[in-house]
Each structure stands twice: as C-alpha cells, then as structure tokens.
Design a protein around this ligand. Structure first.
Ligand code: NAD
Ligand code: LMR
Length: 327
C-alpha cells in the first residue's frame, strides 16, 4: 500500500463537498491504490461544524478502503498542515441575478488568509486548486500570499466549463461525448470565457467540418457555455454542485497524470495575449504530478482573439478591484 496523502478540503460541509468527498475517498481523484487522509475545514459556527460531523459520519459509514483518516476542524492551520493537495471550495456561492464578480470582495478575504496559511504549513510542493468564486481571481489572491510555494502551484478550476462545452458539442453533432476532444477553455470562469471551438475535434475531424453552422458556434454555443452556471442557479435555486465536484475530480486527476492535456486557469506569462500575472484558463500538459507546461501554438482567428481580449479585460478589472488584497 502507498503512503496516504493528505487532502485538505475547505467548505467541507457545503453542497459541492457533499458530492466531492465520497469521490476522493473512493479513489476517483487519486487512483484506486492511493490512500487518503481528508483534512476538512469549516467555519467556526456550531451549525457548520455539526453538519461537518454528519458528513464525516456518512464517510465512515461508507467504509471506504482508501480512507485512512478524517480530520474535522475550524482551524485553517490544522486543515492545511502537511497537506499535499489543498482544494479551496469554501466560499459564498452567488444567488439568482448576481454575477460571480459580485462575490469578489467578500470571498477574496478568505483567500488572503488561506493563501498565507497554506504557504506556512502545507507539504513541500503542495498543490492548491481553487473552486470558490470568482475562482481565477481568488487563486491569484492566494498565490500572491505565498513566499515558499511558487505561483504555478496555484490553479483555478475551468474544467466544468470544458466539460459543459464538450457535452454541448456532442449533443449538437449527435455523437457521444467521448467523440469530442481538444475543446479548451480560455480566460475567466465567467460569461466572458472562450470555449475555443476552432481547435476542437469531433471524431478526430475539426469541429467546423461536422458542425458547419458557424453562427451557432460563435453565438449560442459560446453564450450557453458561459451562462450555464446561471441557468443551473435559475433551475435549481442553488449553484451547480455535483457537476462542480466532478469537474474538480477531473481537474486534479488530470493535473496528477503525466501527459494529460486539459484546461486549467494558471498564472499567465503572456501566452495567447493574456496579460502577465492574471490567472487565465488555457490548455496545459501535465509533466509530473502538479507540474505542467502551457500548450502553445493553438491557432486563433480574429474571432478567437477578440474573445480572449474581452475575457482578459475582465480579469484585469477583477485584479484592479482586489489590488489592496494582493502581495
Ligand atoms: P455552499 O454554500 O453550499 O458551501 C460553502 C461552504 O463553505 C459552507 O459550508 C461555508 O460554511 C463554507 N465556508 C465559507 N467560508 C469558509 C472559510 N473561510 N473556510 C472554510 N469554509 C468556509 O457553496 P457551494 O455550492 O459548495 O459552492 C462553494 C463555492 O464554489 C462558491 O463560491 C461557488 O460559487 C463556487 N463554485 C465554483 C465553480 C467553478 O466551476 N469554479 C462551480 C460551482 C460552484
Ligand atoms: C458554475 O459555473 O456553475 C459556478 O461557477 C456557479 C456559478 O455561480 O455560476
């Protein structure tokens, strides 16, 4: 048996975590031979901590063979101590009529504190994946607090958008989702994101040779991927949870699998026209667990360049709004 890895999860009594934790404990995230210790963080409020105890009781009752231990805490130093992976889910979700940027000031504070503590107490080369919205800018805030961990250890999740785009293309073409490949997300996890259909393939063929309706690709497709989160909030009265948890499983598994090519939001060093030091979605190739290189050379036409300029502008605006939280 391998040595257990420590996985810290924040917001552990929330709705995403309720779907996420059993997937981690069952081996879906790190593999069927990798034991895990879950280090679960909630806010120091009786209701939240009692709910967290209930979550832990249910995990116990699953008798997962790979679950080597569960730590329940309201102390971030305990949750992140020696953690190999820090999954930052805990934050306020938006309600109907709100944009994710509306959460910026309120949720940003969480990531200043947690970024600093993770840097102080987590394992060497810990990986941090941010889900709490606005995820890109929260990852930037957390990374800005780090003195030991390098900025490339901090990523934000755009995999849900990639998965959404994959299914929408499959449905439009009338094929299985497995037939859709190389659909990557550029930019912010917000309606400005760009699902780069020009590069994607269906059954190995360029998307546009199968879906010849360019107006649909530029219009309805991009808009529906960007606004899918709002559509779910409108339908469910709560933001996506199972699909968000599933996307985080995919995000981490791909980031831990050498050779995997997938979309994550990482610190930009200028690729694809993004400003340096914004956290922008782009395709990366995993080199070794937690390390990656940006996939370069994806051709962008004028439409794609315009979409990337718009999402980059929004990322810059978000960065300006939290300038006092950085560094
Ligand atoms: P939720 O309200 O059900 O759960 C959030 C939990 O976080 C709560 O239990 C709360 O007590 C806890 N929490 C708040 N502050 C905390 C802190 N400082 N430390 C530890 N725990 C804390 O919300 P949810 O539906 O699970 O969503 C969580 C976040 O994920 C939201 O910001 C939501 O917008 C975001 N989200 C992101 C994506 C994405 O694709 N990036 C997808 C879905 C949801
Ligand atoms: C999503 O995309 O479903 C989440 O980011 C939740 C939201 O606020 O849209």
């Amino acid at each position: 048996m391998k040595t257990p890895i420590r996985v810290a999860v924040t917001g552990a009594a929330g709705q995403i975590s309720y779907s996420l934790l059993p997937r981690i404990a069952s081996g879906a995230m790190f593999g069927l031979d990798q034991p895990v210790i879950l280090q679960l963080l909630e806010v120091p409020v009786e209701k939240a901590m009692t709910a967290l105890e209930g979550v832990a009781m249910e995990l116990d009752d699953c008798a997962f063979p790979l679950l080597s231990g569960i730590v329940l805490t309201d102390d971030a130093r305990v949750a992140f101590r020696d953690a190999n992976w820090c999954l930052l889910v805990g934050a306020k979700p938006r309600g109907p009529g709100m944009e994710r940027a509306d959460l910026l000031k309120e949720n940003g504070k969480i990531f200043t504190t947690q970024g600093q503590i993770i840097d102080e107490v987590s394992a060497e080369n810990a990986c941090v994946a941010v889900v709490g919205n606005p995820a890109n800018t929260n990852a930037m805030i957390a990374a800005s607090k780090a003195r030991r961990l390098t900025a490339d250890r901090f990523s934000a999740m755009v995999r849900l958008d990639q998965n959404r785009a994959q299914t929408m293309l499959a449905k439009k073409a009338g094929v299985a989702t497995t037939e859709v490949s190389e659909i990557f997300i550029f930019g912010n996890h917000s309606p400005t994101m760009f699902p780069a259909f020009g590069h994607a393939k269906i059954a190995g063929q360029p998307v546009e040779t199968v879906i010849t309706d360019r107006a649909w690709l530029e219009g309805e497709f991009c808009e529906k991927v960007g606004k899918r989160g709002a559509a779910i909030i409108a339908a469910r009265g709560a933001s996506s949870a199972t699909s968000a948890a599933n996307a985080l499983v995919d995000h981490v598994r791909s980031l831990a699998t050498p050779g995997a090519i997938h979309s994550i939001a990482v610190r930009s060093d200028g690729h694809y026209g993004f400003d340096e030091n914004v956290w922008a979605g782009m395709p990366v190739k995993t080199i070794s667990s937690g390390t990656y290189e940006v996939v370069t050379g994806i051709p962008l036409d004028d439409f794609a360049k315009g979409k990337i300029a718009a999402t980059n502008k929004e990322l810059l605006e978000e960065r300006a709004m939290v300038a006092d939280m950085l560094g």
